[in-house]
Ligand binder design. Structure first.
Ligand code: SF4
Length: 333
């Protein structure tokens, strides 16, 4: 059953009109995204920096307000939910941020940071609150004496553990982890990822795991959605994406990841140029200026995200049931 369903979500940021400019411009950070996350699963969301994945994450829990579309959480449409109801809803939906130091108030002791949500939502107070915070500290691998310390006294990995404990404090069921391990050393990344997975099994958590790092996403995800310039271009079970990703953008991202398994295909697809501006995205398929397989139709018509079972691809040429589906042809000279 889907715990979260988003339908046609957009977030457009208007730009201030310059003196010499004409019509006001808009940054289309998220542009018509529809996705669901099943209860108890981890959906990985990947894409290059600036593709809109963090904006999408923030829109889902309404840290920023979407421009249009719908967000349905556990059967309730929260898109227009009033602030008091939304506050209650945020108990169930929490976020872990990339930079744990920036997201932790440096003037607050760790015990108060973790206990803040318990107070706000009137879950516990006094000795009960302290006991609950100590329990959480221990559960994420920290110790009782850390209760009275400040964020600057911790390493990056420990600060991320504090962020995890803060999310768990209010009994969240759905957690958006936004580049949660990107700032950590590889060995610390593994520890935090293992913790995140252990907690999922223990508390039945559902994750949206946002990352630019495909190796990390492969490690934790049940399904993976690939985002490009504000849109989802491919979504499928993780194994399918990594073994048989169809969209040329997916294949390009995968081809840049070093592979330890020699049986995996490893042809490198070099993308041309930079990511286009989301202010004025290319016509048709927004990937067409960089796609080595683009044909005439690609600049004329936007491909819809079409599904064959649980595998969706937005491409005119590649995808389940299409002519280019079985294997990616060699890159043209
Ligand atoms: Fe490339 Fe065309 Fe597919 Fe877009 S629609 S990814 S340009 S082949």
């Amino acid at each position: 059953m889907a715990l979260l369903e988003i339908r046609g979500l957009t977030k457009h940021f208007p730009l201030r009109k310059g003196i010499l400019s004409g019509a006001p411009e808009t940054v289309k950070a998220v542009d018509g995204v529809s996705l669901h996350v099943e209860e108890g699963e981890t959906l990985g969301l990947v894409g290059e920096s600036g593709c809109g994945k963090s904006t999408l994450g923030r829109c889902i829990i309404r840290l920023i307000e979407p421009t249009s579309g719908n967000i349905v959480y556990d059967g309730a449409d929260i898109t227009q939910m009033a602030a008091p109801e939304m506050r209650t809803m945020r108990r169930k939906m929490q976020m872990i941020f990339q930079d744990p130091y920036a997201s932790l108030n440096p003037r607050m002791r760790v015990g108060d940071i973790i206990g803040e949500g318990l107070k706000i939502h009137d879950i516990a107070k006094g000795t009960e609150l302290k006991a609950r915070v100590l329990e959480l500290l221990n559960r994420v691998g920290l110790r009782d004496e850390h209760f009275g310390r400040y964020p600057h006294e911790f390493s990056g990995g420990q600060r991320q553990r504090i962020g995890v404990a803060r999310a768990l404090a209010v009994d969240a069921k759905f957690i958006i982890a936004d580049e949660a391990v990107s700032a950590l050393d590889v060995s610390i990344q593994a520890q935090v990822l293992n913790l995140i997975q252990d907690l999922q099994a223990e508390f039945g958590l559902t994750y949206l795991f946002i990352s630019h790092d495909l190796r990390v996403v492969e490690h934790v995800s049940d399904r993976v959605a690939v985002m490009y310039l504000g849109k989802i271009v491919e979504v499928a079970p993780a194994r399918r994406i990594y073994d048989d990703g169809q969209h040329p953008y997916t294949r390009a991202l995968l081809s840049a990841v070093p592979v330890a398994d020699p049986s995996r295909k490893s042809e490198r697809i070099i993308l041309q140029g930079d990511v286009p501006s989301p202010i004025d995205p290319p016509s048709g398929c927004s990937f067409h200026p960089r796609c080595p397989f683009a044909e005439k139709i690609c600049s004329e018509e936007e491909p819809a995200l079409t599904f064959d079972g649980d595998h969706g691809v937005a491409c005119h040429l590649f995808g389940p049931g299409k002519t280019g589906a079985v294997s990616m042809p060699a890159q043209p000279e």
